[in-house]
Design a protein around this ligand. Structure first.
Ligand code: DC
Length: 220
């Protein structure tokens, strides 16, 4: 089993890169953020607020989350691929994902999803917690302004209506929250290969990843 692990902040391009790599390198693509987004959506549907910590933990252990090979996301059998990207989910997902017991449930699930496959897995704690022994560990970064710009473009394509200020404030708040979690915080380590994509076209970023993955193959 081969694991390509990619961590990085919101809007750094992890999703796009993972999707391209999965096709080019024949890997199953697992978007771990989608699992936390499913928990957040389930909270909204059950009228839970962030104060209802015990109920959120219970819910995270009971719901059924599946991601198929086309990256469609299912919550209790229902296709929620688009709904988990909504503004409402995006606004609460980071604090929901900070609950330690929720993380434990999602990490167990993510490891199960990856068993039996060669995978590319992206998130915030993949290189540090989920698969610290991954074959390849990357940290993909970009400036806050660039990430906001990219997210606004993506939102437009998906019909999500958020102003520049809303996206800016959301990403800034998530950066802080994601980097200061008690468990599973986004962090840089010496073992990761650091790539700053701020001024790089997507093809160049993909090539940097492939150089590492394929380069290693050529050496052995
Ligand atoms: O990658 P994303 O924006 O879809 O992730 C949504 C949220 O989930 C993000 O703000 C932090 C959290 N997350 C996490 O805590 N750990 C991961 N491995 C992936 C995402």
């Amino acid at each position: 089993m081969k694991v390509v692990a990619i961590d990085g902040p919101a809007g750094s391009g992890k999703g796009t890169i993972a999707s391209i790599l999965s096709k080019k390198c024949n890997l199953v693509n697992i978007d771990t953020g989608a699992t936390y987004r499913c928990v957040a959506l389930a909270c909204l549907r059950n009228n839970l607020t962030l104060e209802d910590k015990e109920e959120i933990i219970k819910l995270s252990g009971e719901i059924d989350i599946k991601i198929d090979l086309d990256n469609k996301v299912y919550l209790n059998g229902e296709d929620v691929t688009d709904e988990i990207r909504s503004k409402e989910v995006t606004n609460i997902v980071s604090p929901v994902s900070s609950i330690v017991e929720v993380r434990k449930n999602m990490v167990d699930l993510q490891r199960k999803m990856a068993s039996n496959y060669d995978v590319v897995m992206e998130g915030r704690d993949i290189t540090t917690v989920v698969f610290p022994n991954a074959n390849y560990k990357f940290y993909l970064d970009a400036s806050l302004e660039k990430r906001v710009e990219r997210r606004i473009k993506q939102n437009k394509e998906k019909g999500i209506d958020m102003s520049y200020d809303e996206v800016y404030e959301n990403i800034k708040a998530r950066d802080y929250n994601d980097m200061h979690k008690e468990v599973g915080a986004l962090k840089r380590t010496d073992e990761q290969i650091y790539i700053d994509s701020t001024n790089m076209p997507i093809e160049e970023v993909v090539n940097k990843f492939i150089e590492v993955i394929e380069g290693d193959k050529n050496e052995s």
